[in-house]
Design a protein around this ligand. Structure first.
Ligand code: DGL
Length: 253
């Protein structure tokens, strides 16, 4: 038993899609969320810059008595997970897996589409996963241009969002993708719009429930589950000021 908190971080609001799954699956756990906000988006920054920002977020979270770190950001995972695991060896660290495997295993057309940030798509993690599972599969990729900004600015259901989502998703569908992998934690906030555009042409895969299950598995492996009687109120942190912190709270629930 361990009643310390699970820390979850992202460049901004996106990691809340993971936070929600963790909160649902593990109601006894205390959670601390940090959405940077001041430096978002991370998706087109250099790996070194992303490492520094992610490390600053971890440092901040460590002030809150945490037992595990969840890097709820595909971009930060791609750029910084090895660095973080080397630096914080005593702490279990969970990253985002690009959900290429389930897409490759279930596609019927043999074509899948992965939408993510620039930095995630050119990172080794995605490249290796795509090579490993996509040997006989055509793995198409697209940067979700403007998606993060739409979510950060609460514009998910606007006409601009529809244009942006159509521009990115349609070409993947036209080329035969029957699976669309959401490779950035911000994108599930656009799910209603993406679903409307995709219709029954493809299945959309959001890896956040699988990440929550991985957190649960690691808690069990390390004997870190909370006892269920001392859950602390959820904590939300940011580098972007009180208005943004309030936005995190509103968007989480
Ligand atoms: N939510 C993030 C991800 O999963 C980062 C988006 C960004 O800051 O560009 O990649």
């Amino acid at each position: 038993m361990d009643n310390r908190s699970i820390a979850i971080l992202d460049s901004g609001l996106g990691g809340l899609t993971v936070w929600r799954e963790v909160r649902r699956l593990l109601p006894d756990e205390s959670l601390v969320y940090l959405g940077d906000g001041a430096n978002c988006p991370y998706g087109n920054k250099s790996p070194d810059e992303i490492k520094k920002l992610t490390d600053a977020a971890v440092q901040e979270l460590l002030k809150h008595d945490v037992k595990m770190i969840v890097v709820a950001c595909n971009t930060a995972t791609a750029a910084a997970i090895d660095f973080l695991r080397a630096k914080y060896q005593d702490l279990p660290i969970v990253g985002m897996e690009p959900a290429v495997k389930p897409a490759c295993l279930t596609t019927r057309t043999g074509v899948i589409g992965v939408v993510a940030t620039e930095r995630s798509l050119d990172g080794d993690l995605f490249q290796n996963t795509a090579r490993r599972y996509g040997e006989h599969i055509e793995v198409l990729t697209a940067v979700g241009d403007g998606f993060v900004e739409l979510v950060e600015e609460d514009r998910e259901s606007t006409p601009e969002a529809e244009i942006a989502v159509r521009r990115v998703i349609e070409p993947l569908l036209e080329r035969g993708s029957d699976r669309i992998v959401l490779g950035c934690t911000h994108y599930p906030f656009l799910l209603p719009m993406i679903e409307r555009i995709v219709g029954d042409r493809a299945e959309i895969i959001d890896p956040s429930p699988a990440v929550a299950r991985r957190v649960e598995q690691l808690l069990d492996e390390h004997g870190l589950r909370a006892d269920g009687e001392s859950r602390k109120p959820d904590i939300f942190l940011t580098f972007a000021g009180e208005d943004y912190r309030q936005k995190l709270i509103d968007k989480a629930t």
